[in-house]
Design a binder for this molecule. Structure first.
Ligand code: PGA
Ligand code: MN
Length: 466
């Protein structure tokens, strides 16, 4: 079995039913709908296509809605045509959504104009174009082009080191989030989080909407790295969003920040997703570079719960092959013992006995050479606690809740099973029927609950399957 999960981003390259089925058969655990692109109609169609493909393949997949957050972008251009920016030339950036040209480009994100200082750098279009701020005017900034090139419409702007007003949930995000919850997404990721308050705001919107799903904070601003522990105190997971992070901080710091974010998430007992450019060359080529293979394998060693493909599956030439390649890389990397052991610092006040029960189950499973640990879980806490302990034994999260199935999809080493029964004999029958546990295997059943007065909860039970 594979412990580290695979996230694949949906896009034009994989939205045909047969490609989507190939992706799921290749091992995708979570499909990402990227709300930086597309309309509500197109996302509704994609969502239905994913559910159809899951049904057709018999695979359990979770759908993750990725909210665009306050991504700063340039506006439209005159005639829709790209403009050429030459090094040394002057380019003004003004607030608004008018079409720009090679002298002035607009941005709908007005706070940018007020937040920059002379000498700051602005990176456009994933850093392909670099500008230096020369002069601040009332409603525009005057920059000089340091690195030039062709600039298309609506390209990203990154302002490294510039403190921007905190509010990771834009009006568009709030509307998208309500739409996604209504659609039925299992997980929500929020871009450009800076503080725990940003995360809380999204959680409050879910509560008001009457449907809450796990919130994953995308760590792609330096402020979020500084506030990582506070963010982990509120979010249900984090994503190392290396694309924007690598523009917001010097590139050479990204590997160190990646390790730090993954370590802190593991210490908090929460899942992390490693994202961006994982098998980037496979957008074009059928085989990844050796450096990409090594990067993905190192993410496994660092203990990421999941690895994400973006352009590789969304717009690449070999979407299914990219998934199969990542699956093979992860499986091989997982045969090596991890180079570092991270002990979760989980808050014992949450469930004073819960961690001890799960640790005992993990030890018992290892000593008894068990084939599986079965977490009987209503809210998913047992599964999350077990995943945090990184058992070598595979974990089945048996739950009556479709919400828990979605939430556990990103947990390292956890396979969710949806069923209403909590009866151990019935669960045994179900796992045997589906050939998930072979006959003669030892299986450890575990359940934790905050309520110690429930006779049906807080147990460890070891069985040999017929
Ligand atoms: P994005 O996030 O693809 O939404 O930008 C990932 C990243 O920035 O790495
Ligand atoms: Mn990003």
């Amino acid at each position: 079995m594979r412990h580290t999960k695979i996230v694949a981003t949906l896009g034009p390259a994989c939205s045909q039913p047969d490609t989507l089925r190939a992706l799921l058969n290749g091992g995708v655990d979570i499909v990402r709908l990227n709300f930086s692109h597309g309309s509500h109609e197109s996302h509704a169609r994609s969502y239905a296509a994913v559910r159809d493909a899951a049904e057709a393949t018999g695979r359990t997949v979770a759908v993750m809605q990725d909210l665009s957050g306050p991504k700063i972008r340039t506006g439209p251009l005159e005639g829709g045509q790209p403009v050429t920016l030459a090094p040394g030339q002057t380019l003004r950036i003004a607030a608004g959504d008018k079409p720009g040209n090679s002298e002035v480009v607009y941005t709908p994100y007005e706070p940018l104009i007020r937040s920059v200082s002379r000498g700051d750098r602005l990176l456009l279009d994933d850093g392909r174009i670099e500008l230096r701020v020369e002069e601040l005017r009332h409603d525009e900034i005057v920059t000089s082009v340091v690195a030039g090139g062709s600039l298309g419409q609506k390209k990203g702007i990154n302002a490294p080191g510039v403190g921007l007003p905190a509010s990771a949930v834009t009006e568009k995000d709030a509307a998208d989030l309500r739409f996604g919850l209504h659609l039925g997404v299992d997980l929500v990721a929020l871009s450009f989080v800076q503080t725990a308050d940003d995360v809380q705001r999204a959680i409050d919107i879910m509560r008001d909407a009457g449907r809450s799903v796990p919130l994953i904070a995308k760590i792609e601003r330096p402020a979020a790295v500084s506030n990582i522990d506070a963010i982990l105190g509120v979010a249900q997971g984090v994503m190392v969003a290396r694309g924007d992070l690598g523009l917001e901080v010097p590139l050479e710091q990204v590997p160190r920040m990646q390790k730090h974010i993954i370590r802190r998430a593991r210490a908090a007992g929460l899942p992390s997703i490693l994202a961006t450019q994982v098998l980037e060359s496979m957008r074009v080529d059928p085989r990844p570079t050796r450096a990409e293979v090594s990067d993905a394998a190192n993410a496994v060693d660092e203990g990421a719960d999941a690895i994400m493909l973006a352009g590789e599956t969304a717009v690449g030439a070999h979407p299914a092959r990219a998934v199969e390649t990542l699956d093979a890389i992860i499986r091989d990397a997982e045969t090596m013992p991890p180079s570092e052991r991270v002990v979760p610092e989980m808050d014992p006040a949450r469930s004073p006995h819960g961690r001890a029960v799960c640790e005992a189950a993990v030890t018992l499973a290892a000593t008894a050479r068990a084939g599986a640990i079965v977490a009987v879980t209503r809210e998913g806490h047992t599964a999350r606690m077990l995943a945090a302990l990184r058992p070598t034994t595979q974990v089945f999260a048996v739950t009556p809740s479709a919400g828990v199935v979605g939430a556990t999809a990103m947990l390292w080493g956890v396979t969710p099973i949806l069923t209403t029964t909590e009866d151990i004999n019935e669960i045994e029958r179900l796992l045997s029927e589906r050939h998930l546990v072979s006959s003669g295997s030892v299986v450890v059943f575990v359940n934790i609950s905050a309520e110690l007065n429930r006779l049906d909860a807080n147990f460890i039970n070891v069985q040999r399957f017929q």
